[in-house]
Ligand binder design. Structure first.
Ligand code: 5GP
Ligand code: MG
Length: 465
């Protein structure tokens, strides 16, 4: 089952060295996926593509690769896969020669009705080259009876459900689409006269592009030589962007809704200190992702911030490894303790989230071994009790520690002096709301609540949990 997928997408229209700029954009989106990267360029008459497993900086760093990607238009993708299918065929952008010409598509998110669609397509003769749900979009576009490409895409989108931020390139257009709930991010920017689409604003910054606006939920932006056009592809729901982008996924220097992700994370830490005051000597982040919240906690509580755990930067995100055994090993490779700020201290460790509990387990042990008197583990978000099906790799119920254990049990399992989480309402407060709107929540927060805005029963049926 190709269920879990977090990715980054980038596209740029009409500028010299489009593939080089795309490489830079993808490099700054590397935190969104590290297993593979691909770029498709268009030179005015043909499409060119390069796909590689591994990091952008290791694969697209040489002239011989970039020379294979000529043209003033390009789109790219960084991918984190999934369930056994981390193979090259699934690296995006996917490309097909359709009746109207070349069609390249890069997708961040996850469709929720893939089983039914795929079966129907296969039964009526479609041949799939990949196990990626994104290929379903290509097949639906290819088969659409509409005449214009944009109408074909609209036709395809009307049949898919789930989370998608898409960047599509044809021989005339660069197109960005966000699903009706706006679950995954997508922004529009401009460098000189060239429009840019990207998952996060950090990809605009790196190429010196300026941010124009977020693509709206249910919106398609169509970029051509004559400018940008916007069409609404779905009746407007209240947007429900994924709250986890702000808590963990996005880069701290990206701007979402007018504020840096760093600011939201610091607010989460402050809120955590308000809700859970603890008597201790030092506040220590679990690097890197726990750092902004730990700064917030430290500033609010007045307890000094210390770098008691050092992160080795030459290992990727622990989570982004295909199996649990490698993941566990990964945590050891990744963190080591800085005894000078730990020994004989009462320590508050701060991380952004606990998923399986692997990281917490390792770092709590490490910090005790270094001579801490107490180790309190604070998490700047609520317990993750439900899996994600919209594009983040949170695993199934059986693997989620907080889906199976209460706080006392978690404290025991990870061996901490105490464990505390941020409340759901506190999480919304940190995002600038007075409270979570119970009728139409401002975010999708299903990981904490089980409130899935898009039906996932079909996925649950096909998942072993
Ligand atoms: P655990 O070790 O409990 O399984 O995962 C928690 C750690 O993974 C935290 O340090 C957090 O920053 C990180 N994390 C949380 N959610 C995700 C995710 O969806 N993807 C990745 N790559 N890492 C995550
Ligand atoms: Mg982390």
């Amino acid at each position: 089952m190709g269920l879990k997928e977090e990715c980054g997408v980038f596209g740029i229209f009409d500028i010299d060295e489009a593939a080089v700029l795309t490489t830079l954009g993808l490099h700054s989106l590397q935190h969104r996926g590290q297993e593979g990267a691909g770029i498709v360029s268009y030179d005015g008459s043909s499409f060119h593509f390069v796909k590689k497993e591994g990091l952008v900086g290791d694969n697209f760093n040489n002239a011989s690769t970039l020379n294979q990607l000529p043209g003033r238009r390009a789109i790219g993708h960084v991918r984190y896969s999934t369930t056994g299918d981390s193979k090259l065929a699934n690296v995006q952008p996917l490309f097909a020669n359709l009746s109207a010409g070349g069609f390249a598509c890069a997708h961040n998110g996850n469709l929720t009705n893939t089983h039914a669609l795929r079966n129907a397509l296969v039964e009526t003769g479609s041949i799939f080259q990949t196990t990626s749900d994104t290929e379903i979009i290509l097949q639906l576009v290819a088969r659409s009876k509409k005449h214009k490409t944009v109408d074909k895409i609209k036709d395809a989108l009307s049949q898919i459900k789930g989370a998608y931020s898409l960047i599509i390139m044809t021989n005339k257009k660069l197109i960005g689409v966000k699903d009706p709930f706006g679950i995954r991010p997508l922004v529009l920017g401009k460098k000189n006269n060239a429009y840019v689409l990207a998952s996060e604003t950090c990809a605009l910054d790196i190429i010196g592009a300026h941010y124009i606006r977020d693509v709206k939920n249910g919106e398609m932006v169509i970029i051509t030589e004559s400018g940008v056009e916007s069409i609404i592809i779905a009746p407007s729901n209240q947007a429900r962007p994924c709250i986890f982008e702000r808590i963990y996924f996005a880069r701290p220097d990206s701007i979402i809704d007018g504020k840096s992700v760093y600011t939201y994370r610091k607010n989460l830490g402050e809120q955590l200190a308000i809700e859970n005051p603890i008597d201790a000597d030092v506040v220590v982040p679990v690097p890197d992702s726990g750092a902004p919240a730990a700064i917030g906690y430290s500033q609010k509580s007045g307890i000094p911030f210390e770098l008691g755990i050092i992160r080795n930067h030459y290992v990727g995100r622990t989570f982004i490894e295909p199996s649990q055994s490698i993941r566990q090993f990964g945590v050891k490779l990744k963190h080591s303790v800085n005894q000078s700020s730990i020994k004989n201290n009462r320590v508050i460790l701060i991380d952004d989230s606990i998923v399986r509990g692997t990281t917490a387990n390792k770092v709590v042990k490490m910090v005790f071994e270094a001579g801490a008197k107490e180790v309190h583990f604070g998490i700047s978000s609520p317990p993750i009790t439900h899996p994600d099906f919209y594009g983040i790799d949170t695993p199934q119920y059986s693997e989620l520690i907080a889906a199976n254990h209460d706080i006392d049990e978690i404290t025991n399992i990870i061996g901490a002096t105490s464990v505390f989480f941020l409340s759901l309402n506190g999480t919304y407060k940190a995002m600038g709301y007075t409270t979570r709107d119970p009728n139409t929540p401002q975010f999708t927060d299903h990981c904490f609540t089980g409130d899935y805005p898009i039906d996932v029963t079909n996925i649950l049926k096909h998942t072993h949990s």
